[in-house]
Design a binder for this molecule. Structure first.
Ligand code: ATP
Ligand code: MG
Length: 403
C-alpha cells in the first residue's frame, strides 16, 4: 500500500482548441467523464493545465484503477490516459512515487523517465528531473536498463503549480472530440455490422447520435429490436448513443412491394426510410443523417442508387464508411464491442420482400414516377407516430421530451 493519492490524468489533443472553444471542449469532456464514471470509485474531476485530473477514492487498488483508466480511454475526446499518483513537488518524494508506480507497472527490462514542467516556478528543469529521478530508479533496480528509444516502461512526471503527478502506465485513448461538441445527427441503425460502427464514428467526432431502427415487425419477429438494444448498450458505455427510435416498417414494405416494379423495391424502401429518419431529425433538431453504407457493398450502395436515395431528403447524409472495406469495418466493430451482437442473425426489414434482381443503376425520374402513386407523406406521418423511443445514458443529450 502507498500513501500517495491515486489519480488518473486525462490528456486531450490541443490542436484547434483555442479561446472560447477550448473552455467549452474541456467542460464538455469533464461533464461526460463525470456522468460516465458514476459507476466507478471516482471522487472528483478537476481541470489542470491542459489536462483533466480524476481523483480516485482512497484505498482504490491497482486493478480497479486500471479498469477506470480503460473505461476513460474509450470515451470520445480522450487522447491519452495516464494512471498514477499525485505527490508533493519535491524531488525525493517524486522519486518515491515513481518507484511505487514502476513496481505496479508489471515486468519490464528497460525504462526511462520523461519529466515535464508546466510551471517555471519549479527550479529544476526537465532534463535534470529525468536524471535525478532516473538515478533513484536505477539504484532500486540495478538490473534494469535505461533506454531512451522504445523502453518497456516510461515513467511520466508532470510538475504543475501546486503538485506533481507521477505515472508508469500511460495508454492512448480513442481520441476525437467529446460527444456534444459537434451538434446532433440521426443514425440509421440496423443490427448489422456496419451501422453501429458508423454511429460510433460520428459520436467520436463529437456528435450526439440518435438512432432510428426499422423493424420488419409485424411481418417479422421483433428479434432485431433486441439486438439493436444490445448494440445501443455497448455504444452507451462511452456515451455514444442518446436515444433509439424503433419503427415497425414491415407493413409499409409490403405495400411498396405490391405497388412498384420488383427491381425498384429496395430503392423505394430506402427512400421511405430516409424520409422517416429526416422527419425524426427535424423533431430532434438534428443536422444530418448517417448510414453505414460502403460503396458497392450491396446493390443499394452503387453511386446511382445512392444518388436516388439521397434525393429523397434535404439533410446531408453522412456515410463515414463509404471507402472502408468489410474486413476493416469488422475490425472496428470488434474494437467497439458490437461485432458479436451484430453477427447474430435476425430478420429485419433488410430481409423482407427482397426482389431477386434489384436495380443497380436506378434513374431518378423513373423512381419518382413509380413513387408518385404512393401516399408517402401519410406513411411518413404514420410511421413516425408509431415509433417507440428508448433513451440511453448520453450526458450531452438534452430535450428528453418528444416533439
Ligand atoms: P449494416 O451492417 O449496417 O446493416 P448492410 O451491409 O446490411 O449494413 P444495407 O442493409 O444495405 O447494408 O444497409 C445500409 C445502411 O442502411 C445500414 O448501414 C444502415 O445505416 C441502414 N439500414 C439498413 N437497414 C436498416 C434498418 N433495418 N434499420 C435502420 N437502418 C438500416
Ligand atoms: Mg443491414
Amino acid at each position: 500500500m502507498t500513501d500517495f493519492q491515486r489519480i488518473i490524468l486525462v490528456h486531450y489533443h490541443e490542436i484547434g482548441l483555442k479561446g472560447h472553444n477550448r473552455a467549452s471542449f474541456e467542460m464538455r469532456l469533464l461533464k461526460n467523464l463525470e456522468a460516465l464514471l458514476a459507476p466507478f470509485p471516482v471522487v472528483t474531476i478537476h481541470r489542470i493545465a491542459g489536462r483533466l485530473l480524476v481523483f480516485l477514492r482512497e484505498g482504490t487498488d491497482w486493478e480497479t484503477a486500471k479498469l477506470v483508466s480503460d473505461a476513460i480511454g474509450g470515451i470520445p475526446g480522450v487522447a491519452r490516459v495516464s494512471c498514477g499518483f499525485k505527490c508533493a513537488r519535491e524531488l525525493d518524494v517524486m522519486a518515491e512515487a515513481a518507484l511505487v508506480a514502476l513496481a505496479e507497472a508489471g515486468t519490464f527490462a528497460t525504462f526511462k523517465v520523461a519529466a515535464r514542467r508546466n510551471h517555471t516556478d519549479f527550479a529544476t528543469g526537465s532534463m535534470d528531473m529525468n536524471q535525478i529521478i532516473g538515478a533513484a530508479l536505477c539504484e532500486a533496480y540495478p538490473n534494469k536498463q535505461v533506454r531512451m528509444k522504445n523502453p518497456d516502461v516510461t515513467v511520466g512526471v508532470e510538475v504543475v503549480q501546486n503538485a506533481s503527478y507521477v505515472y508508469a502506465r500511460s495508454l492512448p485513448g480513442i481520441g476525437g472530440l467529446p460527444v456534444g461538441s459537434s451538434g446532433k445527427v440521426v443514425c440509421l441503425l440496423s443490427s448489422g455490422i456496419d451501422s453501429p460502427v458508423a454511429t460510433w464514428k460520428l459520436a467520436r467526432r463529437g456528435a450526439v447520435c440518435v438512432g432510428v431502427h426499422f423493424s420488419g415487425r409485424p411481418q417479422t419477429s421483433d428479434e432485431s429490436e433486441y439486438l439493436v438494444d444490445d448494440i445501443a448498450r455497448v455504444l452507451e458505455r462511452t456515451g455514444c448513443i442518446a436515444r433509439v427510435y424503433t419503427v415497425p416498417f414491415g407493413d409499409y414494405q409490403r405495400e411498396i412491394s405490391l405497388a412498384v416494379p420488383p427491381e425498384l423495391r429496395v430503392i423505394m424502401y430506402r427512400r421511405l426510410m430516409f424520409k422517416v429518419a429526416e422527419t425524426i431529425a427535424h423533431h430532434e433538431r438534428a443536422g444530418a443523417l448517417v448510414t453505414g453504407e460502403s460503396l458497392g457493398q450491396v446493390a443499394s450502395q452503387t453511386l446511382d442508387n445512392i444518388r436516388c436515395t439521397d434525393a429523397a431528403v434535404e439533410l446531408p447524409v453522412f456515410r463515414p464508411l463509404i471507402g472502408t472495406d468489410k474486413l476493416e469495418i469488422i475490425a472496428e466493430a470488434e474494437r467497439l464491442g458490437s461485432f458479436e451482437i451484430s453477427s447474430q442473425d435476425a430478420p429485419d426489414c433488410c430481409t423482407l420482400f427482397m426482389p431477386r434482381a434489384p436495380e443497380t443503376h436506378a434513374k431518378l425520374p423513373v423512381v419518382l414516377k413509380a413513387e408518385s402513386s404512393l401516399p408517402i407523406e401519410r406513411w411518413v406521418d404514420e410511421i413516425v407516430d408509431a415509433a417507440e423511443v428508448r433513451d440511453y445514458a448520453c450526458p450531452a443529450y438534452r430535450g428528453k421530451k418528444r416533439a
